[in-house]
Design a protein around this ligand. Structure first.
Ligand code: GUN
Length: 282
């Protein structure tokens, strides 16, 4: 079975649009998401465009602030301070990665935690790992939603995560653990990686290398979640971290790239923006 993140995201966005349509009357305004894009990296431009498009579909106000890669850290922190102080802004997102002269950790920590729709703020991350209420990071949240909708039982399963980034690898491992999977976190330098991955009931790959996972690394009947977004060096087309054509016949469930995890990430961003907005209305 191929899980279409695109279709699931479309149906969830339609539900959110119906909910948001009642907000003007109930609360006098709609949620407002501010997205900051520094530089012109094509991947980041495409993500930010997708976020603006999804906002329009759901009825969320989106302000995308574009600045050149030469912007100083101080100037960027100034923009964040203004958005923090603006009561009409519910969510703030700084598209990553940032240019090297800017300290990303400092920038993320500068975002008002109550407007941290990415779930990247240190206080949010701490809350996640301490089992406190928090904004769940979008990609891991989207992955768990996809697994549930596909009817994949997570409890008691052997989940292997390839990748240990703050954005995906670490938080998705935590969410799988919270669903009572037994989780192994691996990375590109794990010894005998294929031996470990081939024993996975659920395999989540977030390493950022085209076709990094080959068919021999996947067990028969595994559930394969591909978080990679890469360019195939041969065809120039978008491709994931797993060799889809070779692995699809072996997997019981698999996500495609494009059209898998990516649309779910954006869908969960919309959900988080609504959540931050509603928290303020209480
Ligand atoms: N870059 C890659 N994924 C993400 C994401 O989910 N949020 C932000 N802000 N930047 C990203």
């Amino acid at each position: 079975m191929i899980i279409s993140g695109k279709e699931l995201a479309a149906s969830l966005k339609a539900q959110m649009a119906a909910e948001v349509a009642t907000f003007e009357e109930r609360y006098g305004r709609v949620p407002h998401l501010a997205v900051i894009l520094v530089g012109e990296d094509p991947g980041s431009v495409s993500y930010v465009t997708g976020k603006a498009k999804a906002s329009a579909e759901v009825g969320i106000k989106n302000t995308t602030i574009r600045r050149p890669a030469t912007i100083s850290e101080e100037e960027l922190l100034g923009i964040i301070a203004e958005l923090n102080a603006d009561d009409a802004v519910d969510g703030i997102l700084v598209q990553l990665p940032l240019p090297k002269h800017i300290n990303s950790d400092k920038v993320i920590a500068a975002i008002d935690c109550s407007k941290d729709v990415d779930g990247f703020h240190p206080m949010n991350v701490a809350a996640l790992w301490q089992k406190q209420p928090c904004v769940l990071p979008c990609t891991p949240k989207g992955i768990i939603k996809m697994l549930k909708v596909a009817g994949v039982e997570i409890a008691g399963k052997n989940a292997v995560v390839v990748g240990r980034s703050n954005i995906v690898g670490l938080p998705v491992s935590k969410l799988l653990l919270d669903e009572n999977a037994t989780v192994t976190i691996t990375h590109s330098r794990t010894k005998n990686l294929g031996e470990v991955t081939s024993k996975a009931d659920i395999l989540v790959v977030a390493i950022g290398r085209p076709k990094f996972v080959t068919a021999d690394m996947v067990g028969e009947g595994a559930v394969v979640i591909d978080v990679g977004v890469n360019r195939d060096p041969e065809s120039g087309k978008l491709c994931g971290d797993v060799d889809f054509a070779a692995i699809e016949p072996k997997a019981s469930v698999i996500t495609p790239v494009p059209g898998g995890v990516g649309p779910m990430t954006i869908c969960c961003l919309m959900e988080n923006t609504i959540e931050c907005f509603l928290r303020k209305q209480a």
